[in-house]
Design a protein around this ligand. Structure first.
Ligand SMILES: *Cc1c(COP(=O)(O)O)cnc(C)c1O
Length: 380
């Protein structure tokens, strides 16, 4: 099955035995009747498993070319489950330009439990190897990175992980499996904030993990059930519905993203545009080799790098909504320094390029003329 068919049919073999409903029913139940103790039809309690969630988990596995999917109550809950595979004393090598909430989870929760994190630039993947010790158990990669749109070579990172027998996890939230499929490039775990492109309509908070290996899936399932950060059946249904249009939404996100990146790049008031589709992006060649297209996420910095001017621009936007999050059908604009990355200390965020005037756009699927006109009036 090809990708565009998988988004609609992947893992959805069981039609509803009761009435043949084309979409899986929303099994809004916490428990399941048993004929005799242990005599059930595959489900006992909805933390452990729910048929609507199971349908979504099969879809997730299918679109990422994995064998097992696990859905969680949020992206951070999915990341939390991965780090819970580790023990005190273990070390993690992580991308430095990282989703703010991931950084907070790693440093404020898991460092307290005795896990050590190295946050490093991975634009040159060989750099990862310098930080590997005999305690390293996990490499955490985000590509494209948030919000600087750095590109990390997943295949090269996977080769290092294999050589040292370390797990490689890739946060694939920005790219989605439409653009890149990390498991095929050698990653062990793919993670998603399904809140973003997979759900695609800004109406659900959810996370996901997909793996190929059965033993790894069992260990993650143990954490999912034991820690209990699962998602509900209604949200499972919504994300399953979202995934069915992922490929056509992504196609338009990419088209609009390209047009806006080019528009901003020639704008006299804009200093720099970060988008992996530009030939002069430092890792453009790697992006071209591991991604099908370049996505709808763009960051830019204004000339003069003025904090207040950036705030004015995002306030002036009318079609773009000023909001956190990304990946929905509607265009959003954010100011990382005061919003998503406010939890990262200023000197720390500036080291990775998150300067005062940086603005991040999640380009939606509206008409491109309206989006460009909106930027034109807001930037002035
Ligand atoms: C949003 C996001 C997360 C966290 O996901 P939630 O669903 O908000 O918990 C993790 N990584 C990236 C890249 C994100 O954009």
């Amino acid at each position: 099955m090809k990708f565009n068919t998988k988004t609609i049919h992947g893992g959805q073999h069981d039609t509803d035995p009761a009435y043949g409903s084309v979409m899986p029913p929303i099994y809004q139940t916490s428990t399941y009747a048993q004929s005799t103790p242990g005599g059930h039809k595959g489900f006992e309690y909805s933390r452990s498993g729910n048929p609507t969630r199971a349908a979504l988990e099969r879809s997730l596995a299918s679109i990422e070319n994995g064998n097992f999917g696990l859905a969680f109550g949020s992206g951070l809950a999915a990341i939390d489950a991965v780090v819970k595979l580790l023990q005190p004393g273990d070390e993690v090598v992580s991308t430095n330009d990282l989703y703010g909430g991931s950084y907070r989870l790693f440093t404020k929760i898991f460092e307290g439990f005795g896990i050590k994190f190295h946050f490093i630039g991975m634009e040159n993947a060989a750099n990862i190897e310098k930080y590997i010790t005999d305690k390293t158990k996990l490499i955490w990669v985000e590509t494209p990175t948030n919000p600087m749109m750095n590109i990390i070579d997943i295949k090269a990172a996977a080769a290092i992980a294999k050589k040292h027998d370390i797990l490689l996890a890739v946060d694939n939230t920005f790219a989605t499996p439409y653009l890149q499929q990390p498991l095929d490039l050698g990653a062990d775990i793919v993670m998603h904030s399904a809140t973003k492109y997979l759900g695609g309509h800004s109406d659900v908070v959810m996370g996901a993990l997909v793996v190929k290996d059965k033993e790894l899936a069992d260990r993650l399932y143990f954490v999912q059930n034991a820690s209990g950060a699962v998602c509900g059946p209604q949200d499972s249904f919504l994300v399953l519905r979202g995934i069915k249009t992922l490929h056509i939404r992504m196609q338009r996100h990419c088209e609009n993203g390209k047009a806006i990146a080019q528009y901003l790049n020639q704008h006299p008031k804009i200093e720099k545009v970060y988008w992996p589709g530009f030939a002069d992006h430092p890792n453009h060649e790697i992006a071209k080799s591991q991604m099908r297209d370049f996505g709808g996420m763009i960051s830019f910095v204004t000339k003069g790098n003025d904090y207040n001017e950036a705030i004015k621009i995002v306030e002036n936007l009318k079609v773009f909504t000023l909001a956190e999050s990304l990946g929905g059908v509607e265009s959003l604009a954010g100011h990382p320094a005061s919003m998503t990355h406010a939890s990262i200390p200023k000197e720390e965020r500036e080291k990775t390029g998150v300067v005062d005037s940086l603005i991040r756009l999640s380009v939606g699927i509206e008409d491109i003329d309206d989006l460009i006109a909106d930027l034109e009036q807001a930037i002035g």
